[in-house]
Design a protein around this ligand. Structure first.
Ligand SMILES: [Zn+2]
Length: 47
């Protein structure tokens, strides 16, 4: 997904959380370098 599509999704009010921690499976609306839930370093966008 490109930045334009992401902006469109945001503007259209979707509540999708594009980032997910690989360790605890918590999803987030913003990207974290360290997961706030489990302190893991694998918060990424699911592919
Ligand atoms: Zn986590």
């Amino acid at each position: 997904m490109g930045i334009i599509e992401h902006a469109i999704q945001f503007a259209s009010g979707h509540t999708q959380r594009p980032y997910e921690c690989r360790s605890c499976r918590t999803s987030f609306e913003v990207e974290y370098h360290v997961c706030p839930e489990c302190s893991g370093f694998s918060v990424e966008r699911p592919v």
